[in-house]
Design a protein around this ligand. Structure first.
Ligand SMILES: [Zn+2]
Length: 145
C-alpha cells in the first residue's frame, strides 16, 4: 500500500521511521522504497528504537535562518543500533560529545518558522540516560567492595 508522502514526512519528525527489507533484512533509513542493499522493493515500514552511538560530529557556529540564537550547536551522525546512520542535532550535552558515546532520541523544538512564529518540533539526540544509570550503578558496586 502506498502511503501519502506528506503523512510519512510529518510522522518522521517525531519517530525514526525507516524500512526493514523483507528480502535481505537490511535496516533502511530514511525510507527508500527500494532496498539499497539488494535493490528489491523494501515496503515494510519499521520504527527504529531511537538509540545508537555517535559516529561523527561537528559544531555549527553559523546557524541557518530559523536556528538563530541556538548556535553553537552540535550536529552528529548517529549510528543507530539497527545499523543505519542518521544526521541529527545533539542536545542537553554536559560537555563535548565523544565518538562512540551512547545516545537516544528525544523530541525537541527544532526551530521557529517565519514571521508567524510556528514552532517546528522534531527529533534530536541526547546522551543515553541508561548510560548514566549504568555508570552510577557500576560505581556503587565498586564502592561496596
Ligand atoms: Zn534488501
Amino acid at each position: 500500500m502506498e502511503l501519502p508522502q506528506h503523512w510519512r514526512l510529518a510522522d518522521q519528525r517525531y519517530r525514526l521511521i525507516g524500512e526493514k527489507c523483507p528480502h535481505c533484512e537490511a535496516s533502511i533509513f530514511p525510507p527508500h522504497d527500494v532496498c539499497p542493499e539488494c535493490s528489491k522493493p523494501a515496503g515494510s515500514l519499521y520504527t527504529f528504537a531511537g538509540t545508537g552511538t555517535v559516529y561523527s560530529h561537528t559544531t555549527i557556529i553559523d546557524a541557518p535562518e530559523g536556528f538563530d540564537g541556538q548556535e553553537p550547536y552540535v550536529v552528529a551522525m548517529i549510528k543507530l543500533d539497527e545499523g543505519p546512520l542518521v544526521t541529527a542535532q545533539l542536545t542537553d550535552l554536559d560537555g563535548p560529545p565523544e565518538i562512540g558515546m551512547p545516545v537516544e532520541m528525544v523530541t525537541r523544538k527544532l526551530r521557529t518558522d517565519g514571521d508567524a512564529g510556528i514552532i517546528v518540533y522534531g527529533y534530536k539526540f541526547r546522551t543515553a540516560l541508561e548510560h548514566h544509570q549504568d555508570e552510577a550503578a557500576s560505581s556503587q558496586d565498586t564502592a561496596g567492595k
